[in-house]
Design a protein around this ligand. Structure first.
Ligand SMILES: [Zn+2]
Ligand SMILES: [Zn+2]
Length: 373
């Protein structure tokens, strides 16, 4: 029998998201990346992980949406693998490479941002995004903008794995086009861009895993009608909780749809523990019997850094971009660190964190504290 295995590594990149996905079939290995974030490292962590895994080509790179905490360092990954990347999946971005005038408009706008700003983090993230567009321009046949409630992705080497993008809804396409066309001064770094975010759902050997991106409550609300009419739910065993575990975007009805009702279930959060995840989200999943796996400690678990101070006199969404794309303060305290999810061909699911720190929100936590006699 051929040995088949799906592996997903949710990486600890501070505030931000990054996952490396691998599928092994016999002696063949296929790899992909969903998002990247800087985390103070000169080399993005996903690239280091891919190199350690021996990847020489990528079946896909996926950018869930154009926020710096998801594309930081992605251009290095694109440059490293360059022609050896089969497909680039992303959210609706205005069919940029089919519409040259629109692409030019966006590029001119981004160059204006570069010329105007003194902020190092805005320069860095804008330049990074320009690099990604440049790669897309020379690889436009591989650039695939995704939308819709059940959009099937078929990266090479992953055929036994069903991979669907389940958000954003199709109408997100029109929204981004009109913003580029009207030269909206907040094309990048606007919190509304989370409404563009892709959300992926992978199913292999009866096990489903959601990679939430920064999916929003309003998009989940819109999708609900599709789920009701089609009878197709999204309940999964492992969920990389959308928007870093935000309380607003993960109200109870959304959490109830994301997770299966029973059995072993894992809620992974990719966040620095400061602005996200929200402790109420972690509390809510633990009440559902879902075990939390947070990359970093949050304040109720002992992280000693409080929320970052607001940046005075700056538009809140811009301030948010600055905070989120700025270099980490170095005060992060890891909880589970990198989290490895494996599914074997016979459907055995294991979740292995880098650090097995005690989690009081897990099932059986109090029993673990009681000394054995
Ligand atoms: Zn984000
Ligand atoms: Zn975002």
């Amino acid at each position: 029998m051929v040995f088949n295995l799906l592996e997903i590594r949710f990486l600890n990149v501070g505030h931000g998201s990054s996952a490396v996905i691998s599928f092994y079939s016999g002696n063949e290995a296929a790899h992909g990346v969903v998002d990247s974030a800087w985390n103070r490292a000169p080399v993005p962590k996903a690239l280091t992980v891919l190199q350690n895994l021996g990847a020489t080509k990528l079946s896909f790179v996926c950018l869930t949406h154009p926020h710096a905490d998801h594309y930081g360092g992605l251009s290095q990954i694109l440059q490293t693998f360059d022609q050896k990347i089969d497909q680039f999946y992303t959210c609706p971005m205005g069919d940029l490479f089919l519409n040259r005038p629109r692409l030019r408009k966006l590029a001119v706008y981004l160059k204006q941002v570069l010329a105007r700003t003194d902020s190092r983090s805005i320069r860095q993230s804008t330049q990074e995004f320009l690099q990604i567009l440049r790669w897309g321009d020379s690889n436009s046949s591989r650039w695939i903008e995704c939308a819709g409630e059940e959009n099937r992705l078929a990266p090479t080497g992953f055929s036994p794995v069903e991979i669907l993008s389940i958000l954003p809804p199709r109408f997100a396409k029109g929204n981004i086009i009109s913003r580029i066309e009207s030269e909206d001064p907040m094309i990048l770094g606007n919190i509304n861009e989370n409404d563009l975010s892709l959300c992926l759902r992978l199913t292999y050997a009866g096990t489903s895993i959601i990679i939430g991106g920064d999916a929003t409550k309003s998009n989940w609300d819109f999708r609900e009608r599709f789920e009701r009419n089609s009878g197709r739910d999204i309940a999964s065993q492992v969920v990389n909780i959308p928007h870093h575990g935000s309380k607003y975007d993960n109200p109870q009805p959304v959490l109830d749809r994301l997770f299966l009702k029973s059995g072993d279930r894992y809620g992974v959060t990719s966040a620095n523990g400061q602005s996200h995840p929200h402790p109420e989200t972690i509390f809510a999943i633990s009440q559902m019997g879902v075990d939390p796996y947070c990359t970093n400690l949050m304040p109720p678990c002992g992280a000693n850094v409080s929320k970052l101070a607001p940046i005075k006199g700056v538009d809140p969404s811009l301030a948010r971009l600055i905070r989120e794309s700025a270099e980490d303060s170095g005060e992060m305290q890891p909880c589970q660190g990198d989290i490895l999810v494996r599914v074997t061909a016979d459907g055995v699911l294991t979740v292995t964190p880098e650090f097995d720190a005690f989690c009081s929100y897990r099932r059986g936590a109090s029993a673990r504290l009681t000394p054995q006699s």
